[in-house]
Design a protein around this ligand. Structure first.
Ligand code: ATP
Ligand code: MG
Length: 579
């Protein structure tokens, strides 16, 4: 017996959307064509949730030899602009994807208008001039039918005349809407005469003031998919209840057209939600506008450009999305998963360097004054092809303040009087003491080096328990280092925000201020990095040895270096939670 297409695709390890696509292909649907689209509204910058949708939409097209187009869903001129259009394009390309065509829902305004006029003529749409409150009050509930609008049976001619007026500018915003005449008793609330056109007088960033009547999402999306030839229209789960309406409008727009079985189908997957993270462009815009962050690309923002500036790579974001997968259930993903993806990726690509972010002076008292040595540091032990670079050694070094302790516990393997420690890539030194100021704070640490223990020399493999990093004071460059923590104090900021707003009656911004982590940014000036970093460019990735992964910030210029901490070397939060 031959296998059914279900059986064939079930054998592969595919996500459920891939299974649907493979089954369609095996059954010869859409003439073997796969066409998807990524449909952002240009009302803000893309965030990590969009990355999940992008990986799906573009990934399906790539995998099945199809095409994914970029379609800007620009049906709300009051919130949209060209800055967002450009930023969205940049972010998609940075993530590693390329669209086929660039489309705009506004390209179809004429077609959609003509279709609406056709519906009016067929008695399938009417102009309602009730207030939004009246319309809402008539909707009914899922178990009780709605009340028909008193304008439901308005004559066609009158509807046509008023629809033209909606678009001519002579009517006020909100004074009238066009509604599809479907079924006020339908158990699907979206069928209860949905609004399909409204008046917006703000000029549009592409069509200027040509249109005043704008189609609403449900009336634009499916039809745009149909006009473009989309086969698989993939979106997130909140659109499940919209699907019957999507299908109905596609049925209506196809009616009488000889286009065989070619029609788009909508499929839904679960949205990405991350703990300690607030998504949604509306909320992110509020943060930017209120100055609670420095901009859309603040490295604490969950935007693609924020992650980029923070030092995330496209590969790490794609790896993360791939690992969390696509399901039919909403979940709250752990940020630690995303951090482990970037750690794993940067481990392979980041050059190891020395940087001291809480400096104290270490004097190698038996090393000749004025002498310098050029030593060598391996760029990346994970990648032999990465080579090495020069580092300078001298008598006075910067080390981390916490790498010295005067009275150290037993297992402290760093500098403490009498103990041997290796200075990474240089010598073993014996700590001899320190100098303190009047308050008892350590000002300088002293040690003696053992010349025959130079790294790479025959006697260098003498055992020591600790290795610390350092930079030569005479050669070091001063730098500003920005350390980041989670932007939100609460694990599920989305739910907490809605609780504070809906139950406690707070304004959105006040609620946000209550939830924000005031310690999410720590700026350290007077850090020191090795001279190798003099020519670093924004977005270069480094591992500051023993500290974490860092990325050169866009504010960095020769003479004023600035680095962002991408992520620590270990998951410190998991450790803290276990304690
Ligand atoms: P936001 O509320 O953040 O503005 P949106 O859904 O309104 O999100 P759009 O620009 O309309 O944003 O969405 C473009 C695509 O991205 C849609 O297909 C949408 O379903 C998807 N998307 C948005 N947020 C997420 C998310 N958190 N996880 C996965 N996909 C998402
Ligand atoms: Mg939106």
């Amino acid at each position: 017996m031959s296998e059914s297409s279900e059986e064939k695709v079930a054998k592969k390890s595919l996500n459920f959307i891939e299974q649907i696509v493979e089954k369609d292909l095996l059954e010869g649907k859409n003439d073997g064509r796969v066409q998807t689209r990524f449909p952002p509204e240009p009302n803000g910058y893309l965030h990590i949730g969009h990355a999940k949708a992008i990986c799906m939409d573009f990934g399906i097209a790539q995998k099945y030899g199809g095409v994914c187009n970029l379609r800007f869903d620009d049906t709300n001129p009051t919130k949209e602009n060209i800055e967002y259009v450009e930023a969205i394009k940049e972010d998609i390309q940075w993530l590693g994807f390329q669209w086929g065509n660039e489309y705009y829902a506004s390209d179809y305004f004429q077609q959609l208008w003509d279709f609406a006029v056709q519906l009016i003529k067929e008695g399938k749409a009417y102009i309602d001039e009730q207030t939004p409150e009246q319309i809402a009050a008539q909707k009914g509930t899922p178990t009780t039918p709605g009340t028909p609008s008193p304008y439901r049976d308005r004559p066609v001619e009158e509807n046509l005349e008023l629809f033209n007026k909606m678009n001519s500018g002579e009517l006020e915003e909100g004074s009238m809407v066009l509604r599809a005449k479907i079924d006020m008793a339908s158990p699907n609330m979206h069928f209860r005469d949905p609004l399909i056109y409204r008046i917006v007088k703000t000029p549009h960033h592409r069509t200027g003031d040509k249109w005043k009547a704008y189609p609403l999402y449900d009336f634009a999306h499916g039809q745009s998919d149909y006009f473009e030839g989309v086969t698989h229209s993939i979106c997130t789960l909140e659109f499940v209840p919209h699907r019957p309406l999507y299908d109905l409008f596609v049925d209506w727009v196809k009616e009488g057209k000889d286009l065989k079985d070619h029609r788009p189908h909508q499929y839904e997957f679960n949205k990405l939600n991350l703990n300690y993270t607030l998504l949604s462009k509306r909320n992110l815009l509020a943060l930017v506008k209120e100055g609670l962050v420095s901009g859309w690309d603040d490295p604490r923002m969950p935007t693609i450009c924020g992650y980029r500036r923070r030092g995330y790579t496209p590969e790490s974001i794609r790896m993360f999305v791939d690992r969390i997968g696509y399901t039919l259930y909403d979940a709250l993903n752990d940020m630690a998963l995303m951090e482990s993806a970037v750690r794993e990726d940067l481990n392979k690509r980041a050059t190891r360097v020395s940087a001291v972010i809480d400096p104290i002076r270490l004097i190698v008292t038996n090393y000749p004054e004025g002498k310098t040595e050029c030593l060598s540091a391996i760029n990346n032990p994970e990648n032999p092809d990465a080579g090495s670079h020069d580092i300078m050694f001298s008598r006075e070094l910067w080390i981390e303040r916490d790498d010295f302790m005067e009275d150290a516990p037993k297992k402290y393997f760093r500098l403490t009087p009498g103990q041997d420690v290796r200075l990474k890539n240089a010598y073993i030194v014996t700590c001899t003491g320190c100098k303190k100021d009047e308050q008892g704070r350590v000002e300088e640490v002293y040690c003696e080096y053992i010349p025959q223990t130079k790294t790479g020399e025959p006697e260098s493999n003498r055992k020591v328990k600790g290795t610390i990093h350092w930079v030569s004071i005479a050669h070091a460059l001063e730098a500003e280092v920005r350390l980041y923590d989670r932007l939100w104090k609460v694990e599920n900021p989305r739910d907490e925000l809605s609780r504070l707003v809906n139950e406690e009656g707070l304004e959105t911004i006040e609620a946000m201020k209550r939830m924000i982590n005031e310690q999410s940014l720590e700026v350290r000036t007077q850090c020191y990095v090795e001279a190798f970093l003099a020519k670093t460019q924004p977005l270069d990735h480094f591992q500051f040895q023993r500290i974490g992964y860092f990325c050169t910030d866009k504010d960095s210029v020769p003479g004023h270096l600035v680095f962002n901490k991408t992520v620590g070397l270990k998951d410190t939060w998991a450790k803290m939670n276990k304690q």
